[in-house]
Unconditional design. Structure first.
Length: 381
């Protein structure tokens, strides 16, 4: 009989529960988003997030069980995100997981949220009937993280089938995460929250309609230069360049005010905002995205080349970006590298990846005691 693990994810602003069998077959996955709550603040408000987790966690878990057509007693273990993340949000999931495991007499498996993102890629690959070869270089890129890891198989008692992994940190952002830079630039341009999807769509439209200008008046971003580790990232400079660029020409003010009014009226789709974006603004959006994507892809491919990895894993919310996906595919193919992404549903925070990551730890006996606590700065390497 398969091993069925209930995963619980509450590290930021999504309350999620899922049931995964044997670490690879998704039986159910439920995500309650808080986007509408945090949108008017332009980012996640920790106190509001933890309060909403308290409201949602019980019905979300019940819905995950109902979708899988299972009862609590059918579960073999509980996997819960221990960190990293917002401490108040993490505590909701950890506390609920501890109580549920104690009541059911089931083992509780603590999971690193970042490791979950790695397993999300393998979940998607399994659905497609593929298995990424290891070792690999993994880019985890989201609103809170931009990290590069070297990933190799961890053998437990001579068995590689459990798909446990060993990690070595190669680099990470020194300031803003990539997704955070998207949100800040979107706020400057009055494009709404979250900024990633709408910027991606507007940039694609600009490219397709050839509205991108190539003049001396358009802001162009040079390559980001970092002293020390060549696999570190920095996006604060790009965001600051946009800030100062928008302060200079007064013609941006009117369209920014128009978009801000549209957002207040609930018109926040890219199609709604596009008519209020001038060609210079679309050029700025396109150039910004191109700069971020170029930096992510270039450093990741360089890390893969140096480590000898032929596989690249890309996960996290920004992995859903269409330009990032296309650029990785076009740049990696001539180098003989295979790139794997999760689906867009598995790219963002979800509990299926937590349940999948819990499976090899359960097989290895890595279960929690009753004093398990949340760790907001938890690392995997």
């Amino acid at each position: 009989m398969s091993t069925r693990i209930l995963g619980i994810e509450s590290s930021c602003d999504e309350t999620a529960a899922a049931i995964v069998a044997d670490g690879r077959d998704i039986l159910s996955s439920v995500v309650a988003s808080q986007m509408d709550i945090h949108r008017k603040y332009g980012g996640v408000v920790p106190e509001l997030a933890s309060r909403e987790h308290l409201r949602q966690i019980v019905p979300v878990v019940r819905e995950a069980l109902a979708q899988a057509e299972l009862s609590y007693t059918d579960l073999d273990a509980i996997g819960v995100t221990q960190g990293p993340g917002l401490i108040g949000s993490l505590l909701v999931g950890v506390t609920y997981g501890k109580v549920l495991a104690l009541e059911l007499g089931k083992p509780l498996v603590p999971v690193n949220h970042l490791e979950g993102h790695v397993h999300a890629v393998f979940l998607e690959a399994h659905i497609a009937g593929r298995t990424p070869d290891l070792p690999a270089v993994c880019l985890i890129v989201s609103g809170g993280h931009t990290l590069l890891y070297h990933v190799q198989a961890g053998v437990k008692n001579g068995d590689e089938s459990s798909r446990g992994f060993l990690y070595r940190r190669l680099g990470g952002t020194r300031d803003d995460a990539a997704g955070e830079a998207y949100d800040k630039v979107a706020r400057l341009l009055a494009l709404g929250y979250p900024g990633g999807p709408v910027i991606d769509q507007l940039a694609a439209h600009a490219a397709d309609s050839r509205l991108v200008q190539d003049t001396n008046n358009v802001l162009h971003f040079g390559p980001v230069k970092i002293k020390g580790n060549p696999y570190d990232f920095s996006f604060s400079g790009i965001k600051t360049a946009v800030l100062y660029y928008l302060r200079a020409p007064p013609e941006f003010t009117a369209e920014i005010d128009a978009r801000r009014a549209a957002l207040q009226e609930g018109r926040r789709k890219a199609a709604d905002l596009l008519p209020m974006c001038s060609p210079p603004t679309l050029s700025l959006i396109s150039n910004f995205q191109e700069a971020v994507v170029h930096d992510l892809v270039t450093r990741t491919l360089a890390a893969a080349t140096e480590t000898g990895a032929r596989t690249i894993l890309v996960s996290g919310g920004v992995a859903a970006n269409s330009t990032l996906r296309d650029t990785f595919q076009s740049k990696s193919a001539p180098m003989g590298m295979n790139v794997f992404f999760p689906s867009r549903a598995l790219s963002t925070d979800n509990a299926a990846m937590i349940a999948a990551a819990a499976y090899p730890h359960l097989l290895a006996g890595d279960v929690a005691s009753s004093d398990l606590n949340a760790e907001p700065n938890l690392r995997i390497a």
